[in-house]
Design a protein around this ligand. Structure first.
Ligand code: ATP
Ligand code: MG
Length: 287
């Protein structure tokens, strides 16, 4: 087996992440995650987590690994442009061509590893997913000239996350053959009282500040004309700004990524409705 001589293996300890003490999820979702965990003891499982931006998809994968004390390895599929790119690359060392193995083959062969494939619907080149097909199918193995036969270790769980933006909703953009291999979990916004709890616990805003933030966020989410997405991530960003001393207006302006016009309508809508946004008087001072 000549191929083994010129391989630089990457040996990196794949660790279990820390538990997020304030992560909340729908009990139905938690129940099916328990079911998947049970199934994973028999054979590897594939789970697709879909939902809007910033609603906790990556975090639920991380929390799953943390709670079960499983190693977690995350890979950005969105940047892949060719098959094999996750596995390794040829490099030139001392005038010699060597194959450098990446983390992915190691993760595949690590028992009980949680393997997170981010943005699986957005590879730069759809062919980049080719080698994943056989790994995600019942074969659970792939042959590579460079690395030989790679077999998925017992207990491995694959999570793939999909970003649903304004431009598309659902999983229809994912190749049907690939989609067919996954269980699906759909995530949504947290209910207000839970989001408020997360906001207070994670950013240390006061109860009153949290109410003002959640009120503003509800107004924005309910106003279809404004069409702004406010994710839990954005809510936490607003909370951090407010906790750091910013006004709600300042926090909104810096956290909502939208056009100046929309921002003006937003501020107007919030001002009219709640009246708690102070009028800004702009003055310049030395930095
Ligand atoms: N249910 C939740 N409980 C506690 N915190 C949450 C929850 N959902 C999201 N968050 C927090 O919101 C932030 C964004 O979450 P995360 O990165 O998991 O979202 P995402 O859905 O993966 O986003 P993207 O679509 O951009 O990949 C994180 O800081 C996370 O801790
Ligand atoms: Mg994510």
């Amino acid at each position: 087996m000549t191929y083994q001589k010129n391989i630089t293996p990457l040996t990196h300890e794949i660790e279990s992440p820390e538990i997020d003490p304030y992560f909340y999820a729908d009990s139905h979702i938690l129940n099916v995650l328990d079911n998947f965990h049970t199934i994973s003891k028999k054979h590897p499982v594939n789970i697709l987590v879909a939902g809007r931006q910033g609603c906790g998809k990556s975090s639920i994968v991380r929390q799953f690994a943390a709670v079960h004390n499983k190693p977690l390895a995350t890979f950005q599929v969105g940047i892949l442009s060719e098959p094999g790119q996750l596995f390794g690359e040829y490099t030139l060392e001392d005038g010699e061509t060597k194959y450098k193995q990446f983390l992915f083959p190691q993760a595949l062969q690590t028992p009980n590893c949680v393997i997170h494939l981010e943005e699986i619907n957005r590879p730069e080149n759809p062919k980049a997913l080719n080698m994943l097909f056989s790994i995600l199918s019942d074969d659970r193995q792939v042959w590579m000239d460079e690395l030989g036969l790679l077999e998925v270790a017992p207990g491995v769980i694959f999570f793939a996350t999909l970003n649903e933006g304004d431009d598309f909703v659902g999983t229809e953009l994912l190749d049907p053959a690939l989609r067919d291999r996954f269980y699906v979990i759909l995530m949504d916004h947290l209910p207000n009282e839970v989001e408020k709890e997360v906001l207070i616990k994670k950013t240390q805003v006061t109860d009153e500040q949290a109410n003002a933030i959640i009120d503003a966020v509800n107004t924005l989410r309910g106003d279809f004309e404004l069409a702004v997405e406010v994710s839990t991530r954005t809510v936490l960003m607003i909370g951090e700004m407010v906790a750091a001393g910013a006004t709600l207006k300042g926090a909104l302006i810096t956290s909502l990524q939208t056009s100046k016009e929309t921002l003006e309508s937003i501020l107007l809508a919030l001002h009219v409705k709640n009246g708690y946004l102070e009028k800004g008087n702009h003055e310049y001072r030395l930095f």
